[in-house]
Design a protein around this ligand. Structure first.
Ligand SMILES: [Zn+2]
Length: 337
């Protein structure tokens, strides 16, 4: 399976937190020969190999989005946020609303410079100042377009390659983790592993690690690895100390973040295996959190292995393709040792 193609397909698939069904369907469709299981809250999983260590590898299917919550008389839509958005990233963008009859487009526009009063220039607007414009004159037309509260929406994505070296798109967080989990599955279907490995695609990470929490409470493993992204610090503003991981530096062992410290035992294991096999890894302490915290709180030994990404949670998340390949290499080593 082409590694970039599978990533692009997953990125393009609609799946904001709580509305992950299209991503589940996509995963099932890519591997029709595999028996996937789905738990009550929507986590998808399958197990390969038997004997050895009981390992889980998890990636979250959901991404940031919006919920349409009110239609104004004049036809403009009000919306609420799902996940950790930065308002500055949504102005003047195209929005995709998923209705029962398919995708409908709209825009989040700004008052143009021609109409701005002096004091309005450079002002950061609040969420309450923003509307989605679907190009109609009133609420009756909105209804005819099958747009009603509460429908999910997202910003329209561009998937761009920079010089064949970087991928730029929204939702690398965490479709790149989902893609890696699928590439692992493909590998373990063909190659022997002495371990018992459960690959898990979780729901609602962006709304508080909820899917991983549910899954970890009901299943037991010796080791849990979380595949996610981490904010790379090699940015023009020079605050590298806040997240001293860089794109191109290899997979990142996220030893600690806002939710606490991960398993030292797993950290030591991953570091030693990487060293023996000459895979370059980074290790860091940063902000935010991952599904690893939910697994830890359920009593499981867990650690996040993250792909460094610039401009996380924006429309232009940027990943060095070498990090994608090297993370897969590291995961295969973990799975077979
Ligand atoms: Zn995220």
């Amino acid at each position: 399976m082409d590694k970039i193609q599978i990533l692009k397909e997953l990125v393009d698939t609609f799946g904001i937190s709580g509305f992950e069904e299209p991503v589940r369907q996509k995963i099932r469709k890519l591997f029709p020969q595999v028996k996937f299981k789905e738990d009550n809250v929507g986590n998808l999983f399958t197990t390969v190999g038997n004997g050895g260590k009981k390992i889980a590898i998890m990636a979250h299917m959901d991404e940031l989005g919006f919920l349409i919550n009110y239609v104004e008389k004049n036809g403009y839509l009000r919306f609420k946020l799902i996940g950790g958005w930065d308002v500055r990233g949504v102005y003047n963008r195209v929005v995709e609303i998923l209705t029962d009859k398919g995708m409908v487009y709209g825009v989040i526009g700004l008052k143009p410079p021609h109409l701005l009063k002096n004091e309005e220039f450079d002002k950061v607007l609040s969420w309450d100042d923003l509307y989605i414009d679907v190009g109609v004159e009133g609420d009756e037309e909105v209804k005819k377009m099958n747009i009603i509260p509460v429908l999910p929406a997202r910003l329209k994505k561009d998937f761009v390659m920079l010089d064949e070296k970087y991928v730029v798109t929204r939702a690398l967080d965490d479709r790149v983790g989902c893609a890696l989990n699928l590439l692992l599955l493909e590998n373990f279907l063909h190659n022997y592993t002495k371990n018992n490995i459960t690959l898990v695609w979780t729901v609602q990470e962006e709304t508080g690690l909820r899917g991983a929490q549910a899954f970890s409470a009901r299943n037991s493993f010796d080791e849990v690895y979380i595949l996610d992204t981490i904010s790379a610090g090699n940015l023009p503003w020079g605050d590298f100390y806040q997240s001293p991981a860089r794109t191109g530096g290899g997979p990142v062992i996220r030893l600690a973040d806002r939710k606490g410290v991960s398993s030292l035992r797993l950290r030591n294991f991953v570091k030693s295996i990487a060293k023996r096999n000459k895979v370059e890894v980074q290790e860091t302490v940063t902000g935010g959190s991952t599904d690893a915290a939910a697994a830890f709180e359920a009593g499981l030994n867990s650690i996040p292995l993250c792909i460094p990404v610039k401009y996380t949670h924006s429309q232009v998340e940027m990943m060095d393709i070498a990090d994608y390949h090297n993370t897969l290499k590291l995961l295969l080593l973990i799975g077979t040792n």
